[in-house]
Write a protein that binds this ligand. Sequence first.
Ligand code: 5GP
Length: 114
Amino acid sequence: MASKTIFQKIIEKEIPSEFIYEDDLCIVINDINPQAPLHLLIIPKKPLSKLSDAQEKDLNLLGHLMLVAGNMSRKFNVEDAFNIVINNGEKAGQTVFHLHIHLLAGNKKLNLPK
Ligand code: 5GP
């Protein structure tokens, strides 16, 4: 069996990390190396390696993660200006092979549309 990712260890509380939010399907934590003033990671408890591994049965989970992203944006008062990023695959910059959504806000450089 493949060894656990850092996110799996965080979900299972083997590694301490503050949960900003948790429900049956996901957790939300601060990124350890933030690329914007607000940089959250929305991580499903189900250990999907990457988005392109998701299947029809994951439809509800994927929708749920997006809803949580919206909820987090309101929680942190950035609902009018934030970016969602999913790195899929090593060549696209993915470093942790447990699906996660980056929610970034407060960085003018990321607010591309003018
Ligand atoms: P990726 O490059 O796979 O899209 O994103 C992985 C993210 O996880 C990176 O932004 C990195 O800073 C973050 N990260 C890696 N290890 C840890 C950790 O132990 N704790 C937290 N909170 N974030 C981590």
